[in-house]
Design a binder for this molecule. Sequence first.
Ligand code: F6R
Length: 365
Amino acid sequence: EKGNYPHFMLKEIFEQPETVENAIRGRLDHEMASAILSGIGLSPRELLQIGHIVIAGCGSSMHAGLVGEYYFEDLAGISTSVEQAAEFRYRNPIIEPNTLVIPISQSGETADTIAAVREAAAKGAIVTALCNVVGSTIAREAGRGIYLHAGPEISVASTKAFLSQVVVLLLFALLLGRNRRLSRSRGAELVAEIEQIPDLIREVLEQALEIKKIASRYAHVDDFFFIGRGCLYPTALEGALKLKEISYIHAEGYHAAELKHGPISLLDEKHPVMALANDIPGRDKILGNIQECRARKAPVVAIATRGDRAIRDLTQDVIEIPPCSRFVAPLPTAVALQLFAYYIAAERGCEIDQPRNLAKSVTVE
Ligand code: F6R
């Protein structure tokens, strides 16, 4: 039931401190400064043999995978690629020996992701799935995996499942990293950062009214660009997807460096830009991108680390995020983007929980 919330989407956004806690519970190993993920069914030796990771998914689940790519490469030093599941299934992909394929799916019933699991298994990959729905087709067929424990997600637009996917990918990368080159002290730092995530999300939720106010100034627009770098690049893709699917505003996510390679020609006062400018590596470059947007009169909403004065000098519409490391930054940032999309859609009177033409799980290709 929706309780006091007007929509399931808002309820699910506000549940996220708890759903993320559920995704983490029992999975941190303080002693070893690592993670415990028994469902993956791989011994430390088998983990050590993994030479390459392929993540397959669709929509928001693919975006979570794109965040995961940074984690696996940076923390575990394992080369990782992320595939749209339909592309993976039809491209006759090359699966090197010792490849781990990670299908990601909230529902566990997405047709293309199911087909990707079958393709991967047929080609001899080790398959470990990330699913939310217990006993779903992907969870069963993969045979091993990690459940998200986000509880039923009713809103068609994914929110809490996306966050749990990102958290579980971070836990998995921590485990693989500690199994290899990641030092104990770096592992301990990450454990502490992961434990902080629910509070970071709470701090963003406390600003819902402020985000609503900013959103109301943009509810009339027809187009929106979202830009980010590093882990915040896939976060920008996810923010744009959230906005377009529930508000019907045309929204595009871009790597900030791509602006100059085309989309900047569109920028003017009618093309606002959401810039993910948290204080993590790349922030100075984003500052430059914001200046480029402002020079073309594009209104800019910035997500910034609390107290970042330089950004306030460039735009009045700033959504503040508590300070956090670059690996956890996608989580509170995604929550701010969910609220932003939600309040715009609400102001436009959209059918938020059931956007037109969309189904909760895409069981046909
Ligand atoms: C977006 C959204 C979709 C799903 C996609 C995959 O908000 O919900 O893009 O993420 O259809 O669904 P699952 O994760 O069930 O495979």
